[in-house]
Design a protein around this ligand. Structure first.
Ligand SMILES: [Zn+2]
Length: 258
């Protein structure tokens, strides 16, 4: 069972990246300006590509998913734009931030849910490296998050994404135990795998500055972009794991220099 998923974050007014989601240059790297995102959506919508809810399986061959991480305040506008184009989105929420400045309110989450989009969890506190937490702390991150969303939405939540892309089998097992049935990672792949009762799905990342054509190519797999993301991700993996302080230093310097 293969499916392509695209990972977006916030959509912001040009020059005001801190208005939605987590502040700072590292987070801003993932935020698209409004005009750019509108161009992405128009290109995706006009392509005939279907964007479906992950929980509406079985998917048809070639279906794709659109996901939006963090739960920044722009989610409600993004959801409105998707609805205009007849697309379903997945909004993965850092639940400890709900009703705080720069993030969605509980009422907005209900509106997004009512409009037919998926509202899911992106952990409770967005830990820096969720894969390094103890089992008890992992259980708390997912259970607290899922409980909060259940209270807000009035129904169970079965979809989530891993914060920061720090996936591990223990992260997935804790999510499954909390009732998550679909867990998006940041692994750039269309392949899925099962951990306990949970389906694990990769995603392709969209950064600011990427063109609408790139987004469509990642959704469709029509050129070498998917392979390039896969190669970059797998080259960085040992660096992330083995040389963590150096990796964070280099990444910070690189982002600050942009
Ligand atoms: Zn995140």
């Amino acid at each position: 069972m293969n499916i392509a998923s695209l990972m977006y974050h916030d959509v912001v007014t040009a020059g005001r990246p801190d208005d939605s989601g987590f502040p700072g240059p590292a987070a801003a790297h993932y935020k698209l300006d409004e005009q750019d995102f509108a161009a992405h959506l128009a290109r995706l919508a006009n392509s005939g590509q279907r964007f479906v809810r992950v929980d509406a399986s079985p998917w048809a061959t070639g279906d794709a998913c659109l996901t939006f991480d963090d739960g920044g305040a722009s989610a409600v506008r993004i959801a409105g734009s998707l609805s205009e184009h007849g697309m379903a989105g997945h909004f993965l929420i850092t639940t400890s931030r709900v009703d705080t400045p720069g993030f969605t309110s509980a009422a907005q989450l209900r509106a997004i849910d009512d409009a037919g989009h998926v509202v899911g969890s992106h952990s409770h506190t967005h830990p820096a490296e969720i894969s390094r937490l103890s089992h008890a702390a992992l259980d708390a991150e997912w259970c607290e998050s899922v409980d909060r969303l259940r209270q807000v939405l009035g129904h169970d939540v079965r979809v989530a994404s891993v914060p920061g892309g720090f996936y591990s089998r223990a992260v997935a097992q804790a999510a499954a135990a909390a009732g998550i049935r679909y867990l998006f990672t940041s692994e750039p792949t269309v392949a899925t795998q099962r951990v306990d009762d949970c389906l694990i799905l990769g995603r392709y990342t969209l950064w600011r500055g990427m063109s609408p054509a790139h987004a469509l190519a990642l959704a469709r797999g029509t050129d070498a972009l998917r392979q390039r993301q896969w190669l970059t991700w797998n080259l960085k993996k040992p660096l992330k794991r083995g040389l963590r302080p150096l990796y964070h230093f280099v990444r910070r310097e690189w982002l600050n220099a942009r």
